[in-house]
Design a protein around this ligand. Structure first.
Ligand code: DAH
Length: 331
């Protein structure tokens, strides 16, 4: 084998490689070409295998040419690779363009239950009036639910609020008024709190009564609080909640307030009772260690379901608990 033969073969190989690389149309194809030309058992190596037969003086010359050819093939491969990669990305971008005019997929989304929404709204109003939020347990002792609220065991007012008694002597609270005592035991006046929560009654269930329902309790104790403060607070709250619906204060009785009142809203041509309220009875202040000569207070208990009926025109309270989506989705 002549040195000129090897030279010619190498140059032809280089030429062939340039053409093959130029027409390769995929990265896989390009990789096949690289292995075929430059791989350990590739065509360049094969030609160089014949170098053994050359004289020592000739070898470096052929080596230099081989390197040149290899280098050229490598450069071609690299260039082509980056071209193919760019083309691949361009094609991908083309295929994946976002059509912003496509109609969206409607996914149904959970929302807040109308009762919770109403509680949130009411609490927001009171927070705006300077009240803070407190809570208490639903399972209560007789003491917090009745006794401390000036309602001893033989008191006739217990009749209205007969409830679920537990085997251990505790009961399910009949009203959120129990939170009043729990809060006052821990804090000194002045206080202004609202306490939302679930309450239990052994009521006959009908369109306007449920065995479990929700109340928001309100309590303010300070020096010099008067009935007019109570009236102003409640009127302002109802105004923010319902706008200008007609309301009336009606004299009433609760063991833990004196004097006491109930407030009705005019709704669908009828008066609907929505809350009880009054000036905190001095006995209640005394029970928690407040001096009734120094402090006075007012309190109220709002029926959340009654609010819902008025605000959302719900004729039957039982619908609110039925978990019927056809009903709930209207809010
Ligand atoms: N706890 C009473 C009830 O459930 C409502 C009530 C009346 C709460 C007067 C009060 C109040 O705080 O002052 O019927």
């Amino acid at each position: 084998m002549q040195i000129s033969d090897i030279e010619t073969q190498l140059k032809e190989l280089g030429q062939g490689a340039t053409e093959a690389i130029a027409i390769a149309e995929s990265l896989e194809k390009l990789e096949d070409l690289r292995i075929s030309y430059l791989g350990k058992k590739g065509q360049v190596s094969k030609i160089l295998g014949a170098m053994g037969k050359l004289s020592p003086e000739e070898r470096p010359k052929v080596g230099a040419i081989a390197n040149e050819v290899k280098q050229a093939i490598q450069t071609n491969l690299d260039e082509k690779r980056s071209n193919l990669q760019a083309a691949e990305i361009a094609a991908q971008l083309e295929a994946e363009t976002l059509d912003v005019s496509m109609p969206g997929v409607n996914r149904s989304q959970g929302k807040i239950h109308p009762l919770n929404g109403l509680i949130d709204r009411a609490l927001d109003i009171f927070v705006g009036l300077g009240y803070t939020i407190s809570t208490g347990p639903e399972m209560e002792s007789d003491y917090y639910n009745f006794e401390a609220l000036n309602t001893p065991p033989d008191h006739p007012a217990r009749d209205m609020q007969d409830t679920f008694y537990l085997p251990d002597g505790n009961l399910m609270r009949t009203h959120t008024s129990s939170v009043q005592i729990r809060y006052m035991e821990k804090q000194e006046p002045p206080i202004r709190i609202v306490a939302p929560g679930r309450v239990y009654r052994r009521d006959t269930v009908d369109a306007t009564h449920a065995a479990v329902f929700h109340q928001i309790e309100l309590l303010a104790v300070d020096e010099g609080l008067r009935f007019s403060d109570l009236k102003g607070t409640i009127k302002e709250f109802l105004r923010q909640m319902f706008g200008d619906l007609p309301i009336r204060f009606r004299a009433s009785y609760f063991p833990f307030t004196e004097p006491s009142a109930e407030v009705d809203l005019e709704w669908n041509g009828k008066w609907l009772e929505v809350l009880g309220c009054g000036m905190v009875d001095p006995n209640v202040l005394q029970v928690v260690g407040y001096d009734p000569e120094k402090y006075t207070g007012f309190a109220a208990g709002f029926g959340v379901e009654r609010f819902a009926m008025v605000l959302h025109q719900i004729d039957d309270i039982r619908r609110v608990y039925a978990s019927d989506l056809r009903f709930l989705q209207q809010f």
